[in-house]
Design a protein around this ligand. Structure first.
Ligand code: V07
Length: 256
């Protein structure tokens, strides 16, 4: 995958439009590094990163993606400097103010998963407003993971299943992998709750507590590009990589 800024022929990335992955999940890493490289404050990277969210949402929707999940803020990100966290928490507000009309025009529905009730009041309001204003859109789902952590999600699911058993509504023998899937935050995305491909930008190759259960069969694609530099062409490259791997598995492909 090319990570140079000056790609000459970028019209030639082959994508088979009949086999576009239904659910793409992206860990949007590298905003801080993008800013540092330019001697800008880290928040400038987050601001540019939000613009990339807009570009990639449109690009994914145009390619026929059904669910685009974006990991925007993890339960661990609270450890960052307070001013940076404050700035990040305002991004859903400015995203909402500047992008909801475009989402509606593109028939994109916003969904959010994570511990939203722990976010600042204004952030919660913007998020809920975006969900409400796009609730009748029937195209792609733009699914933000906000204050999300996979181990916390699984813990919440196990507690809920334990309670169902305690109440006498479920026998321990009846608990299957489907029972667990049904109690995760991705359940509302069915039948596309599991990503076909998980992308992480900026050269890191870790899952960082993101969708641990749901990526059991996903293709993992790591790109060097910092998230603010990620373009529609980078997305096409990712899909091209995904499609190449699917072809090589052929009839032996694991079922999901
Ligand atoms: C955030 C911009 C993208 C790069 C990664 C971190 C910073 C969009 C949203 C958002 C979330 C919910 C919603 C509408 C928009 C967002 C956070 C950070 C916390 F309903 N970008 N973005 N939220 N960044």
């Amino acid at each position: 995958m090319s990570s140079t800024d000056k790609k000459v022929d970028n019209q030639n990335i082959e994508v088979d439009l009949d086999h576009v992955p239904s659910h793409i999940a992206i860990i949007m890493d590298g905003n801080g590094r993008w800013a540092q490289k330019r001697h800008l404050p880290r928040v400038a990277g987050h601001k540019q990163g939000m613009n990339t969210v807009k570009t990639i949402t449109k690009a994914a929707s145009d390619l026929g993606v059904k669910v685009l999940t974006l990991y925007a803020f993890s339960t661990e990100n609270w450890k960052r400097p307070k001013a940076e966290v404050n700035y990040i928490m305002k991004l859903p507000v400015s995203f909402f103010n500047t992008f909801v009309p475009d989402l509606i025009k593109n028939n994109v529905r916003v969904n959010v998963m994570g511990y939203i009730e722990e976010l600042p009041e204004g952030t919660q309001k913007a998020v809920n407003q975006a969900i409400e204003d796009t609730k009748d859109c029937t195209g792609m789902v733009l699914n933000f993971a906000l204050n999300y952590g996979s181990q916390a999600e699984i813990t919440t699911a196990v507690k809920s299943i334990a309670n169902q058993v305690k109440m006498g509504n479920l026998e321990p023998e009846e608990v299957t992998p489907d029972t667990i899937s049904e109690n995760l935050m991705t359940h509302s995305l069915a039948p596309f709750e599991n990503p076909d491909v998980l992308v992480r930008t900026s050269g890191e190759e870790r899952l960082s507590n993101f969708l641990l259960w749901q990526v059991a069969y996903s293709e993992l694609v790591f790109v060097q590009t910092h998230w603010p530099d990620f373009t529609a062409d980078t997305l096409k490259e990712v899909i091209h990589t995904f499609q190449g791997r699917q072809r090589r598995f052929g009839g032996l492909k694991e079922t999901n």
